[in-house]
Design a protein around this ligand. Structure first.
Ligand SMILES: NC(=O)c1ccc[n+]([C@@H]2O[C@H](COP(=O)([O-])OP(=O)(O)OC[C@H]3O[C@@H](n4cnc5c(N)ncnc54)[C@H](O)[C@@H]3O)[C@@H](O)[C@H]2O)c1
Length: 252
């Protein structure tokens, strides 16, 4: 029921942080994993570390905000491993700033990467999966796609993540009868490089811990099990769903 052996899994933004943890966890569970990122050196290093550990992995550079890159990533995965079973749209950025100071170019960059990149990934994976009549897509949302954030200012990020969650529902409805499941995961605050500055701010940390039912900041390893679950036959009747993996943040 929870078997993922030999499945071909693509993870975007896999050079570090949550993406690297997802790639490592799927590889450790026996999947064949294509790691992808716009940071080429880090991508190579992360992939090589998994390869040395005996995993079936490949690195394919891809900037998720570029249509041709994302389409090429999907065809590369198919060429390298002969299939495409699971696609995880994980790459994301944030530029936390008060809205009144956010330049439109910054808004566009955040929305294009987080929401546009997720759409491009879904479309590229979906086209190949529709041909086979099977596949599973997992989008990485955020608790801030469900509620506004009182702890930090990030209107564009929050709006983009809300878009990711409703894109997930929309594509689940469009593609369900053709064999594709589309789900999302909304992590709570995780100690990754995306969060370094904010977690170093005592006020941010205190307010986060106050709201987290489980009273600790998460790590990428706290999230990977949910992704494996959504990708396996155990979740075969789950689609259009966003699973909060958030230490109880959204319960408050
Ligand atoms: N860290 C958190 O607290 C948290 C909470 C909720 C959701 N998330 C989401 O989890 C995902 C991963 O975040 P993280 O914390 O690991 O961040 P991170 O900054 O540590 O890693 C993000 C990775 O994405 C890559 N990336 C950025 N822009 C890209 C692009 N245009 N094309 C390809 N790759 C690109 C980066 O190079 C990096 O390797 C993001 O979608 C983020 O929004 C993170």
């Amino acid at each position: 029921m929870f078997d993922i052996t030999d499945r071909v899994v693509v993870v975007t933004g896999a050079a570090r942080g949550l993406g690297a943890a997802l790639a490592g966890a799927f590889a450790a569970a026996g999947a064949r994993v294509v790691l992808s990122d716009a940071r080429l050196e880090a991508l190579e290093a992360t992939t090589q570390a998994l390869r040395v550990g005996g995993a079936a992995v490949a690195a394919v550079p891809c900037d998720v905000s570029l249509e041709d890159d994302v389409d090429a990533l999907a065809t590369s995965a198919q060429t390298i491993f002969g299939a495409l079973d699971v696609w995880i749209n994980n790459a994301g950025i944030n530029i936390p700033k008060p809205a009144e100071q956010l330049a439109f170019a910054e808004w566009n960059r955040i929305v294009t990467t987080n929401l546009g990149g997720t759409f491009l990934g879904c479309r590229a994976a979906g086209r190949l999966m529709l041909e086979r009549g099977a596949g599973c897509i997992i989008n990485i949302g955020s608790i801030h796609g469900h509620v506004g954030s009182y702890v930090h200012r990030a209107a564009a990020y929050n709006a983009a993540k809300a878009g990711v969650i409703n894109l997930t529902r929309s594509l689940a409805l469009e593609w369900g009868e053709r064999g594709i499941r589309v789900n999302a995961i909304s992590p709570g605050p995780l100690a990754t490089e995306l969060m370094t500055t904010r977690l170093a701010d005592p006020d941010y940390r205190r307010k986060s811990l106050e709201r987290l039912a489980l009273k600790r900041i998460g790590t990428p390893d706290d999230v990977v099990g949910a992704a494996i679950f959504l990708a396996t036959p155990a979740a075969h009747w789950i689609t259009g769903h966003t699973l909060a993996v958030d230490g109880g943040w959204l319960a408050a």
